[in-house]
Write a protein that binds this ligand. Structure first.
Ligand code: MSP
Length: 654
């Protein structure tokens, strides 16, 4: 880290078609943590967030509410900004793509790309998903019509368009991934991107003519019917926020230290964005870090499903810092996480209450009882050298974890010093030492605990920015660059002080504090969406970090052996087969499976398969699907998982 004096940290800019949910809060809280840490260690930091306000999706949302797109964007953009302000998010700039400077910057970039010979005019014919604001070639569509990402119907577009020569950058992009092993984090996600690019890049349509809620083309082109493709407009925010094309006073922050994003928008950031930057002859970002999805009961959150978790409600009920800690600790970066109040309560009561809060209480208790609150740290190393060494070893591991986005490991490691402190009390039994008259040893032990709490508070402060200073103030110091330098870098002892008793930081929570919102019943559109997600055996998502589950959770799924008794092709669908599978019930189960690319219908009849028998029924392309076949897919294709020897239909697997 030390070699880069500047740290430019960004979140995605959020679409203004919906208010913030915990997914948005998650990205923003991670970025805020990085920014706060960077500032504490003395980096010149610029933290950017904002809203993405153009495009057909926003235009439609505004129309549906009888508002002008600008009016609507103003409203939702303000709701994001207010929430981040309330959450104490330390952004240096909140950009809106409707800002005049941004539009000017985007137009300048367009001209520059054109000067470089990377832009040409042609006709675009293909399918467009408005919800994903993405063009898809026919070959990628489900049933030649539905979006492979969200399952919604796409629209056929045929219009004049300017194109960006993305194909020209294929090799350069591959070289970049190769030469910069950490350009995409977690590293495993990079392979997905490489495979996609190796599959061949088509030139990208970068303007639209069928609507006008977007950045106009530069006047020089005299082509007023075109507006910029929303992703070109949006990605450029990372540069225009620094003044690109207008007042370039912050442009030295480029290149970004890290673009934090969700895994759903990795391709835009890892392929289009570096290609645009290459065209603009600008350096590429150091890291593009893609996190996983927060789900609710295993389902994607969306307003229409009614299962969205409101971050403000959670923070109000459980405390903002506790919520921040939970989000970063609970899920390995890159993996998906399911939000539950129970898990949040466990983290608060156990990690925060027992391990951290009680330690501070014990210290307050002991020092008040034995020494009227006085704590001296000068002689800690005379008695507790081994403990100090163990603590410093853990603290030294933290920064790399943070900048590699391994935030859960950062917090896990940060809890080791707390365990050293708690164990030391149990082991040395200060009450017994006092009886033996070993006051110096007890004072040093208190000093050890105070030192540990002080170091932990400093390193925890970017994640828990309100709570950590309370711990520091009880210990008679302030968290800032100077205390970080002396206590963490130089490992100097904490100065003597009189401890200030404070109320318990993490009162125990006995029951869930938020009422349960049961998801609304799914609309047909949602059913199709979730069916596409659940049944998309043709596109399994490789997970980097697999969450551990208990055996009881595993047995919640009912896996059974079955025989395919009939199989037919779904008309017009390139991927789907309609199967009837006998799993020992009265009548066979109907399963719609995306396996046509690998199996012909005829070849499946009479063969045995493994079926997930207790999935909620879903509809896929209008057909009910009452189960899922187990299959494994790698670069060699997809194989169904079958019993090694024939088994009676309905035999339980597990
Ligand atoms: N406007 C684009 C980003 C343009 S950046 C140049 C966009 N906006 S979004 O509002 O739809 O999503 C913003 C971010 O929120 C994405 O990184 C997305 O992954 C994240 N999340 C949205 N829902 C999420 C969850 N349920 N869980 C975790 N993050 C998710 O995409």
């Amino acid at each position: 880290m030390s070699c880069h004096k500047k740290a430019y940290i960004t979140t995605p800019i959020y679409y203004v078609n919906d208010i913030a949910h915990i997914g948005h809060a998650y990205t923003t809280i991670i970025a805020d943590t990085l920014a706060k840490y960077s500032r504490m260690i003395g980096l010149d930091t610029f933290f950017l967030t904002g809203t993405d306000e153009h495009g057909q999706k926003i235009e439609h949302s505004a129309q549906a509410r009888g508002k002008s797109p600008q009016e609507y964007a103003d409203e939702i953009s303000a709701s994001f900004k207010n929430l981040w302000d309330e959450f104490g998010i330390s952004y240096d700039k909140f950009i809106r793509t409707t800002d005049e400077e941004h539009k000017i910057g985007v137009q300048k970039a367009f001209l520059k790309m054109q000067e470089r010979g990377d832009v040409y005019k042609d006709v675009y014919k293909g399918n467009y998903c408005i919800a994903c604001e993405t063009f898809f070639p026919k070959s990628q569509l489900i049933n030649e019509e539905f979006c492979p990402e969200c399952g919604r119907a796409t629209t056929l577009v045929e219009e004049e368009s300017y194109f960006f020569r993305l194909s020209k950058y294929q090799e350069k992009l591959l070289a970049w991934y190769q030469e910069h092993p950490e350009c995409i984090l977690p590293k495993s996600k990079k392979n997905e991107v490489i495979r996609f690019v190796e599959g061949g890049l088509e030139d990208l349509s970068i303007t639209r003519t069928s609507f006008d809620w977007g950045v106009k083309l530069p006047k020089e082109l005299n082509d007023p019917k075109h507006v910029m493709y929303v992703w070109l407009d949006a990605l450029m925010n990372y540069l225009t926020a620094l003044g690109y094309g207008t007042d370039e006073k912050n442009i030295d922050f480029w290149p970004a230290r890290v673009h934090l994003i969700g895994k759903d928008i990795l391709r835009f950031h890892a392929i289009y964005w570096p290609a645009f930057l290459m065209s603009l002859d600008l350096p590429l970002p150091k890291h593009i870090a893609a996190h996983g999805w927060w789900t609710r009961n295993g389902e994607k959150m969306s307003k229409s499903k009614g299962n969205v978790v409101n971050p403000k409600e959670v923070a109000d009920a459980y405390g903002l810092d506790n919520f921040r800690y939970f989000m970063l600790r609970e899920v390995p970066f890159g993996g998906d996480g399911d939000f539950s109040q129970k898990a949040l309560i466990d983290r608060i009561n156990s990690d925060l209450g027992n391990d951290l809060g009680n330690l501070l209480n014990r210290l307050i208790g002991m020092s008040t009882k034995y020494f009227e609150g006085r704590i001296e740290c000068a002689r800690v190393s005379d008695f507790y050298q081994a403990e100090l060494a163990e603590v410093d070893e853990s603290i030294a591991k933290l920064e790399p974890y943070l900048f590699e986005m391994q935030l859960h490991r950062y917090l896990e490691e940060l809890w080791r010093p707390l365990s050293v402190a708690n164990k030391a009390i149990d082991r040395y039994q200060p009450w017994a030492l006092m009886k033996e008259g070993k006051e110096e040893e007890v004072m040093a032990l208190n000093g050890l605990i105070a030192t540990i709490l002080a170091k932990v508070a400093i390193m925890l402060s970017p994640i828990m920015p309100k709570t950590a200073p309370k711990i520091a103030s009880a210990l008679g110091f302030e968290i800032n660059h100077a205390s970080w330098s002396s206590l963490i870098v130089s490992k100097e002892p904490l100065s003597s002080f009189v401890i200030a008793p404070i109320p318990p930081l993490f009162p125990r929570i006995e029951e869930e504090l938020l009422a349960h919102h049961e998801p609304d019943s799914a609309t047909p559109q949602n059913k199709q969406e979730s069916a596409a997600e659940k049944n998309s055996q043709s596109a399994p998502e490789p997970e980097d970090q697999i969450a551990l589950i208990g055996i009881d959770q595993f047995f919640q799924s009912s896996l059974k052996v079955g025989t395919i008794v009939s199989a037919e092709e779904v008309p017009k669908s390139a991927k789907l087969l309609l199967l009837q599978v006998d799993i020992g019930e009265e009548s066979p189960r109907q399963v719609v499976a995306g396996i046509k690319e690998w199996y012909s219908a005829a070849s499946l009849i009479g063969t045995q398969v493994c079926v997930v028998a207790n999935l909620k029924p879903a509809k896929l392309m209008g057909m009910k699907s009452e189960g899922m076949l187990l299959a494994a897919k790698d670069s060699g294709g997809l194989s169904l998982i079958r019993p090694e020897a024939p088994k009676t239909n309905g035999t339980k697997i597990g």
